[in-house]
Design a protein around this ligand. Structure first.
Ligand SMILES: Nc1nc2c(ncn2[C@@H]2O[C@H](COP(=O)(O)OP(=O)(O)O)[C@@H](O)[C@H]2O)c(=O)[nH]1
Ligand SMILES: [Mg+2]
Length: 423
């Protein structure tokens, strides 16, 4: 039998109201010792909350009851909504900790139980974690769509289709042993599903929305990169000198451009160097250029690294010189061109973000969708029923990993560890 767990689920006291949750097989019995009788399931009632042993009045509060399996964790739940003073909350938590069979919940444990009891799948748990962390309106919308089971519904449709195909393949294996002819409609359906998954994979990921779009400023040493970052961030964050090669590690400035979250990143100048420390900076800069969602390149566009979203900049425009075609002329001395550059950065960065109302995949989800896609692509081009059946089985397993039906513990630990205590 599972432990019965309890925790303060609302924010740290003092507060107007605090919520204490108890979940598990002894939740009702434990709550009864404190509140006397409990209200009907899914209703609330005002009760005196008393110490279970001494009978001392601790607080008066609202008591809510839920019966398994119709609760958020799938277990019996009682919630106390009490006054949010420190002493009140401490007294109630102490009363619960003294109750036989109860222990304090670990961070994320309520959500983990909801997952283990099949109330939510892994994608919904990921959505909940994102929802609690959401700071902007678009982050909230994306997280809520996930938490409400938007992706789960889509995955179950995919799973149904693969199951149907698997059944068809198994039947063909059982009955048509001598007949090599593959049903062309089955093969077509495998390819069609693979193509559909590819469309999902081609969409922007959720990470830039959550973590900020990575905008990397790169170029040769002394090009004016650090000065530009300082001019944009309005602070002396990056070190500016006239000695080439002084930015050895990268500096990241979080920005919001028209509501688009951005991580503006300074780098060491890209060039060959004998200085060991500087060489490490150059190495990191090359990695950052590769990772960049948007690359702001200070210098000759002809020698810029290949990048899908490149913004060439003609820096130090106050010194004159010819701006190459397509470059934004910028000067940190006169502030010329800074606004135009920011506009370009915002436009390019926005194109990396998922559309406001579209469901987008995170990296973990995309990995499993890609596994399923590759299995279905293989099934669509195989010419042997046994191979097709095996590929379809692989696709099913990939979907099971996606929803957490089959999974690795470390994914669970990493995810549920993101939750605070009491969630
Ligand atoms: N005239 C002029 N000098 C600049 C401008 N931006 C940077 N500099 C100078 O160029 C030198 C190198 O700048 P820095 O930002 O450290 O370049 P980084 O090596 O690319 O980071 C410094 O002496 C800056 O004062 C600019 O817009 N106009
Ligand atoms: Mg620099």
């Amino acid at each position: 039998m599972a432990d019965t767990i309890y925790a303060l689920s609302s924010g740290r006291p003092p507060a107007a109201i605090s919520v204490i949750r108890i979940s598990g097989p002894s939740a009702h019995a434990a709550a009864q010792q404190i509140a006397g009788t409990l209200p009907e399931a899914r209703t609330a009632a005002v009760r005196e909350l008393r110490h279970p042993v001494s009978g001392e009045l601790l607080d008066e509060g609202l008591v809510l009851r839920f019966d398994a399996p119709a609760s958020s964790t799938g277990e019996d739940i009682v919630e106390f909504q009490c006054h949010g003073g420190r002493a009140v909350v401490d007294a109630l938590l102490a009363a619960l900790s003294g109750t036989e069979g109860l222990r304090e919940a670990r961070p994320g444990e309520f959500t983990r139980r909801a997952f283990e009891n099949g109330r939510i799948d892994l994608t919904e748990a990921e959505g909940l974690a994102d929802l609690i962390e959401a700071e902007t309106e678009s982050q909230r919308k994306a997280a809520l769509a996930l938490a409400e089971g938007g992706l789960k519904k889509q995955i179950s449709i995919w799973q149904e289709r693969v199951l149907g195909l698997s059944a068809q393949a198994e039947r063909a294996i059982d009955y048509d042993e001598d007949d090599d002819a593959l049903d062309p409609s089955m093969v077509r359906e495998c390819t069609a599903l693979a193509d559909e998954l590819q469309l999902w994979l081609d969409r922007p990921r959720i990470e830039p929305l959550k973590d900020g779009v990575l905008v990397v400023v790169a170029g040769l040493p002394n090009a004016g990169k650090s000065s530009l970052i300082n001019a944009i961030s309005g602070e002396e964050r990056a070190i500016v000198t006239d000695i080439p090669g002084t930015t050895r590690d990268h500096i990241e400035v979080p920005l919001s451009l028209g509501g688009v979250p951005i991580r503006l990143t300074d780098t060491a100048g890209l060039h060959d160097t004998d200085d060991v420390v500087e060489a490490i900076g150059v190495e990191r800069a090359s990695k950052l250029v590769e990772m960049a969602d948007v690359l702001v390149w200070l210098g000759d566009p002809d020698v810029a690294p290949a990048h899908a979203r490149l913004i060439p900049v003609h820096a130090k425009a106050d010194l004159g010189g010819n701006a190459p075609a397509g470059s934004v002329s910028v000067s940190t001395v006169t502030s010329q061109g800074i606004d135009a550059l920011l506009e370009q950065i915002e436009r390019q960065a926005r194109s990396v973000l998922p559309a406001e109302d579209a469901l987008s995949l995170n990296r973990r989800q995309a990995q499993h969708v890609d596994e399923a896609r590759s299995a279905l692509t293989a099934a669509g081009s195989a010419n042997d029923l046994l191979l097709i059946a095996e590929d379809l089985r692989l696709a099913r397993t990939a979907f099971d990993r996606l929803t957490g039906r089959a999974g690795v513990e470390d994914v669970f630990d990493a995810l549920f560890g993101r939750f605070c205590l009491g969630k």
